[in-house]
Design a protein around this ligand. Sequence first.
Ligand code: SRM
Ligand code: SF4
Length: 583
Amino acid sequence: DERPLITKFQPIMISDHADPKPLSKAEVLKEASHYLRGTLAASLEDRTTGSIADEDTNISKFHGIYQQDHRDQRSERKKAGLEKAFIFMIRIRVPGGVCTPEQWLKIDALADQYGSHTLKLTTRQAFQLHFVTKDVLKTTMQGINSAVMDCIAACGDVNRNVMANPNPWQSALHAPVLDDARAVSTHLTPSTSAYHEIWLDGEKVSDEVEEEPLYGKTYLPRKFKTGFAVPPSNDIDVYTQDLGFIAIGEDGKLLGYNLSVGGGLGMSHSDTKTYPRLANIIGYLPREKVVEVAEKVLTVHRDFGDRTNRKHARLKYTIEDRGVDWFKNELESRLGWNLGEARPFEFTSSGDRYGWSEGTDGRWNYGLFIQNGRLRDTDDLPAKTGLREIAKVHTGDFRLTANQNLVIGGVTAEQKPRIAALLQQYKLDVPERITGLRLNSMACVALPTCGLALAESERYLPQLVSDLDEVIEECGLHHDAILIRMTGCPNGCARPYLGEIGFVGRAPGKYNIYLGAAHDGSRLNKLYKPSVKAEEIVNELAPIIRRYATERQEGEHFGDFTIRAGYVKATTEGRLFHEEIMA
Ligand code: SRM
Ligand code: SF4
């Protein structure tokens, strides 16, 4: 990537900061980190503790690494006077979610060798390894490098893993969209050589010659997320992205994109100034301008995001505070040309498609349900082993979906019977007994690894769905796709505010219930009941599900029904203000 578009950026230095409010601690750390080095190398060498230095826990995020601790063991270890059971989560970037069988096999092996014998497929189409200890962190990072993959900018105040619709069967637009997603991803990747230096024993580069032409020394005020949607599928939930591209084609040819900006979901229960917000579509751009537009949108965030308050630093707040028109003018003046008028398109759903389907290239694709994206072997479902055996013979690719599922992509007609036999042998073929509710469920990681979790999520949602499934079956709704999403805190990692049924953890065993999102991801849901005890959830929802089964109109989705039936009001303009105000 020669980055032809970047005009060298003069970083906003802390000394230039004119705002009377002090910069956040994270800003000071970034500037002092020597382009993301911090004291990470020394922290890794320190054998007296399983943790890294406090400041380094912020910097390591830019390298795709989170320090965590095993929360199930916290109180026991505290009683015994031991330090926390420190562990690391490593997030591996997979632009557009597409990887090769060789890469799959290497990441799978790393999970067994150094992780928790599980792979997590994330809501942004990336891999996560959990439970990696400090002593093997570097070896694991080198293993990832040997798979020709990396973790640069998988976390941190930078452009994150770029998402793209992974469904090659849908139209001929998919391949060029993936190319564009990869080009944007490469263009927006930080340049610092700190990653190579620290993890891969690369040559040391001095601060004077280090270059970060797009980001500067202080990177972005906050994370930045980019996604590409291919209508009619909105599987990537494009309106939740800071920067979204909606593919517009004609006769199977990709012409360009509608541009959406300012989406984001995180909020805090106690802070009424924080809220989820859906993006605005502000115009159309021809395909050849996509990298240029991505760069300029990112620079508006870089230069105008709030560096004094991290809870107010996402692009959504800049756009909300200054206005959509202001943003469009600022962007167009940076581009030196005007966006066109947004073109017509239609989204019909944000879920995945399961089972076999033939692509436009005559190859076959198999959509596979992975509950909450957690791939592991259990006694009755040896899913991880099954996928390893498939990867050994598969000649196409693997595609991680935005709903934590997987597509075995590009299977030739000759290979199809072999892959089908392996799917059956390892019980991976979608059994008819799985309900539409479960097939459309998503839960974030939460306990025991996530330090921010207030309640269970990944470990609880499967059971809750089983309980709700009894009502679903009784009502004859087995095949109905209802989006149900849960997170252990209000940060929104499984995009719960776009669930037709959304649960957000408030305290151990207690969840806010949200209803009324649109099935195609175009309308946020709304708080229905706060702080409901886990054991009361089924009683709360069963009457609504029963009424839906008998009173719904032809083709009416569950989210729309809950609004029509008066359980919640629709959110204005798709946005959710803070829950206390909107309740
Ligand atoms: Fe997330 C923080 C997991 C997608 C909003 N997220 C975290 C951390 C790293 C906790 C932390 O900061 O200590 C979680 C690690 C848990 C663990 O043990 O693995 C975490 N987020 C995840 C993943 C793994 C959820 C999953 O089950 O798949 C997803 C990884 C995506 C990836 O591959 O990059 C994940 N996170 C999201 C999404 C959904 C999306 O991007 O489409 C969101 C909402 C969209 C958005 O950003 O607005 C999301 N995560 C957050 C936030 C709130 C951000 C905000 O603006 O307020 C945090 C907390 C923060 O940044 O301060 C957070
Ligand atoms: Fe952790 Fe909250 Fe994200 Fe769940 S939503 S993974 S609990 S930060």
